[in-house]
Design a protein around this ligand. Structure first.
Ligand code: RP5
Length: 209
């Protein structure tokens, strides 16, 4: 697999713990969103954290897609799973218990209805967990919002708005950016581009009235 950073393309293996060769080969785009667990530079070793995304059901996918679209745009590695706090509690637990060893830097957990997934994940890891409450037909997400945000003291879940997949991705990236200058630059560039779009709208708004 190849991974481009700072205009430098590194070749890596995909297996955790195996040796990795790194050569300056030129600039290329990332071929796959799957993750190099470590990148060795010529005189440096960079640790690359990925974002773990979990959803309670595949019916939550439209919300998760908002997050994954943004992470692809920012070229931040992630992977996605369906684990339910209620239907597959053992799988959700194992994922959380192994998350740090599996080189995740932050976890996003999305669920609807009695949405315990983010809390159940947070109970089994000290990595930061971002919860996305997903809307459902009966209570339009208010049930999931309260279930996700009202964690008892000691087990925090950083809860974004109902169906707010994009904000969850940005918050996850901001957490990685605390120790990853490359991600910090991508976020700054995106913020500047978004600001420019709003300024252009301000300039144009009178012509639409
Ligand atoms: C939750 O129940 C899921 O996160 C989903 O939002 C909701 C409904 O799940 P499905 O019945 O669509 O599988 O656990």
């Amino acid at each position: 697999m190849f991974f481009a950073t700072d205009g430098i393309m590194w070749s890596t293996t995909e297996e955790q713990g195996t040796s990795i060769t790194a050569d300056r080969l030129g600039t290329l785009e990332i071929i796959s969103p799957s993750v190099p667990l470590c990148i060795f530079g010529r005189n440096r070793r960079l640790s690359v954290k990925r974002i773990g995304i979990v959803m309670g059901s595949d019916s939550d996918l439209p919300v998760i897609t908002k997050a994954t679209d943004l992470l692809k745009q920012l070229e931040i590695p992630f992977d996605v799973h369906v684990y339910s706090a209620h239907r597959t509690p053992e799988e959700a637990r194992d994922f959380a218990l192994n998350a740090r060893d599996n080189d995740y830097g932050v976890i996003i957990a999305a669920a609807g209805m009695a949405a315990h997934l983010a809390g159940a994940i947070a109970a089994n890891t000290t990595l930061p967990v971002i919860g996305i409450p997903c809307s459902s037909s009966n209570l339009e997400g208010l049930d999931a919002l309260l279930s996700t945000v009202q964690m008892p003291p000691g087990i925090p879940v950083a809860t974004v708005g109902i169906n707010a997949g994009a904000n969850a991705a940005l918050l996850a990236a901001e957490i990685l950016a605390v120790s990853d200058a490359d991600v910090a630059k991508k976020l700054a560039d995106k913020r500047a581009a978004d600001t420019a779009k709003v300024i252009a709208k301000d300039r144009d708004i009178m012509s639409r009235i």
